[in-house]
Design a protein around this ligand. Structure first.
Ligand code: KG4
Ligand code: ZN
Length: 352
């Protein structure tokens, strides 16, 4: 039995988890920085680093306590090396290195995107390989082919905004605050997803690449062509409103816009997965990252006639967490793929 302590600080969550043999989550602790960034309408990198510094020691201590583990029980410490905010990554990496130095533990470097993929493997034993992996979050929209969750081939990626970023920008534009994905997810069922025709991206070159900037611009043009300033200002006044309060402050046309936007993103994502099926001999599709929480995406994936089963992580493991980092580290632990103390944070680390 090998316990790995995972540490994740790539963006705005300070997270630690203890996972047994890459399969059994003994503890997972996530300290959100939501309160610190909320009033700025997005993540402020400098603030994120400072919040990680404040949270890292108590979060790791809590993860160890919840797992009922002592330092001597650990087989290794795994940490996110990148991609992410450089100052945020540095906090986790420096802490993990210090811990490994003092406790004489091996250090394992994990790519954050690989972590998201392993969040699914942690829970679903039935994933068959080779598999497609669609990672959709605030920072990434990537489609990979993977042999067995060990090596990855990039098949397509976004050329501009990530899917989650598009949700966040559209929500901000319309006065729905940050992050945008969860609120659009909750309000979209009250609108007509075919109410407003929004454009799908037409990619030249690699048609498996994604683009969400045209969609975002179409939403912006729709808003600019109407007198929405008062409506948007009214929503901005609301403090952590309930769905009912959002609905009272949102006319039907705007609900139709949210539903149509979400429908277009979901269609775009699933069309790419279906197109992949024609060229890549996949036996499963893994969908992970924050946008994998989206109810409409999950429902559409279940309805879609894809030639392979689709696997999502549970909601808690879809967004950033450290259990996925400890899980992704386990195959590396078995292969004795350890990092040394020269390990450097990499803001744009690629996976394939
Ligand atoms: O994976 P994650 O926690 O952090 C990154 O690695 O980026 O993903 C956060 C992103 C945000 O853009 C957020 O708006 C989006 O995931 N998100 C959602 C939902 N929940 C979170 N997007 C659509 N529907 C949701 N239910
Ligand atoms: Zn993430």
């Amino acid at each position: 039995m090998s316990l790995i302590l995972g540490i994740e600080t790539s963006c705005d969550e300070t997270a630690a988890a203890v996972v047994e043999d890459g399969r059994k989550v003994l503890s997972t602790v996530v300290a959100s920085q939501f309160d610190a960034h909320e009033k700025y309408g997005g993540v402020v990198p400098e603030l994120a680093s400072r919040e990680h510094l404040r949270a890292i020691v108590p979060v790791v201590r809590q993860a160890m306590e919840k797992a009922g583990a002592g330092w001597e029980d650990l087989a290794a410490v795994a940490v996110t090396q990148g991609p992410g905010l450089i100052g945020s990554l540095l906090v986790g990496i420096t802490y993990a290195k210090s811990l490994c130095f003092v406790r004489r533990l091996p250090l394992i470097a994990v790519n954050h995107i690989e972590g998201h993929i392993h969040a699914v493997l942690l829970e679903s034993r039935d994933v068959l390989f080779p598999a497609l992996a669609l990672v959709v979050s605030g920072g990434h929209t990537h489609l990979f082919g993977t042999d067995a969750g060990i090596t990855y081939r990039l098949l397509g990626k976004t050329r501009d905004d990530a899917a989650g970023e598009a949700f966040d920008k559209v929500a901000k534009l319309l006065g729905f605050g940050y992050p945008g994905g969860p609120v659009i997810d909750k309000l979209a069922p009250f609108g007509n997803p075919r109410g407003i025709r929004l454009p799908f991206a037409r990619m030249k070159g690699n048609t498996l690449d994604f683009s969400f900037s045209g969609l975002k611009t179409a939403v912006l043009r729709w808003v600019e062509s109407r007198d929405m300033a008062e409506e948007i200002a009214r929503r901005k006044q609301l403090i952590r409103p309930s769905v009912e309060e959002w609905l009272r402050a949102t006319p039907q046309a705007t609900l139709d816009l949210l539903a149509s936007f979400q429908y277009t993103v979901v269609e775009e994502l699933l069309r790419h997965a279906a197109a992949c099926a024609e060229t890549f001999d996949a036996r499963s599709l893994i969908v992970s990252g924050g946008v994998a929480c989206n109810t409409a995406l999950r429902a559409a994936a279940a309805r879609a006639e894809l030639p392979f089963p689709v696997f999502f992580p549970s909601a808690g493991l879809s967004t950033d967490n450290a259990a996925m980092i400890a899980a992704a580290a386990f195959p590396k632990f078995e292969r004795v793929e350890f990092a040394d103390f020269t390990l450097a944070a990499q803001a744009s680390l690629s996976l394939s």
